[in-house]
Ligand binder design. Structure first.
Ligand code: FE2
Length: 306
């Protein structure tokens, strides 16, 4: 999620770091049922708004599950891995991290959503033996939350030489209506193909204004950032969900965010996406990652041995 400065580099280096810009560009909008068009728009523009990703009933049930968890999160005692990350998120955002381990609805219904799976199959599938969940966090951004630094999420893997294939598919799901005023995510369509030194101008930015239940899906190589919440009282509740190829270390440690006891109760597909499955690239001429006792952990769970 964070650019090079998180590793101690200058704020003005590399990835697009710019002052406030008005959003003027447009994002392609596609219905959730049109998975082929979603993937095509992603390849063309690097980002797309998917209307109706979460059906109304699923959205309502998930928000109801999240409500008490977010209330507990409002302790004001959030600590971050370092000061740069604290600055990036600011002090007006309530976080709910490791959602896969806290929300049964997320783990059983959203993590394995057919749209995510279809798009990951197409974008990430050719570059790995399996993909996995990278991050799942609810970010509830309150009034006064400042615009986020524009960045590319894939820069968390800054040591990976370029050019490289797409390694990440990310998204922000609107859990309430997203407006320009409450801080709708801002995205730079086409920036996945830009030279790394190019900085966005006003005309390059699009605001992902969308109703609750919709999502903006974007590539790890696409420049984006949360907008400023300039309202007096409205909170912008969204969920960041991203997947990456299965041979990378994940930004959020899913194997610790979800206990083994919890994971055992989940569908096998969810277990796989949480990183419990081995990444077996033998058929591609490679090797395997993540084995336990030289076996696939998901198989061991199924056999009652783990
Ligand atoms: Fe991001």
């Amino acid at each position: 999620m964070l650019p090079a400065w998180s590793a101690g580099r200058a704020v003005a280096s590399g990835t697009a770091i710019v002052p406030y810009l008005r959003a003027m560009a447009r994002l392609t909008r596609v219905k959730a049922s049109e998975t082929e068009r979603i993937a095509s728009a992603l390849e063309a523009d690097g980002a797309v708004v998917v209307d109706g990703l979460l059906a109304p009933d699923l959205l309502d049930r998930f928000n109801a599950e999240v409500d008490p968890l977010l209330a507990q999160a409002r302790t004001g005692e959030r600590r971050f891995i370092n000061d740069a990350i604290a600055w990036f998120f600011g002090d007006r955002t309530d976080h709910l991290t490791g959602i896969a381990g806290k929300s049964r609805i997320f783990a059983a219904e959203i993590l394995t959503h057919p749209v995510y799976m279809a798009v990951c199959d197409r974008i990430l599938g050719p570059h790995c033996a399996r993909y996995q969940l990278n991050v799942a966090q609810v970010l509830d951004r309150g009034p006064g939350a400042e615009q986020q630094l524009l960045h590319r999420d894939e820069d968390v893997w800054i040591h990976l030489p370029r050019p490289h294939p797409e390694i990440q598919l990310a998204s922000v799901v609107a859990l309430v209506d997203f407006t320009a005023d409450n801080g709708a995510t801002r995205v730079v369509p086409g920036s996945h193909r830009w030279d790394r030194d190019r900085q966005p101008a006003d005309d390059d930015l699009a605001s992902a204004e969308m109703p609750a239940g919709s999502a903006v899906i974007y590539l790890g190589s696409t420049i984006h950032g949360g907008g400023a919440n300039v309202t007096s009282a409205a909170r912008r509740r969204g969920m960041h969900v991203s997947y990456c190829v299965g041979w990378l270390r994940t930004e959020e440690n899913q194997l610790l965010a979800t206990t083994l006891d919890t994971a055992r109760q989940l569908p096998r597909r969810a277990q796989e996406l949480l990183g419990l499955a081995a990444h077996d690239a033998i058929e591609s001429g490679g090797g395997y990652l993540g084995a336990v006792e030289l076996q696939d952990p998901v198989e061991l769970i199924a056999a009652g041995k783990l």
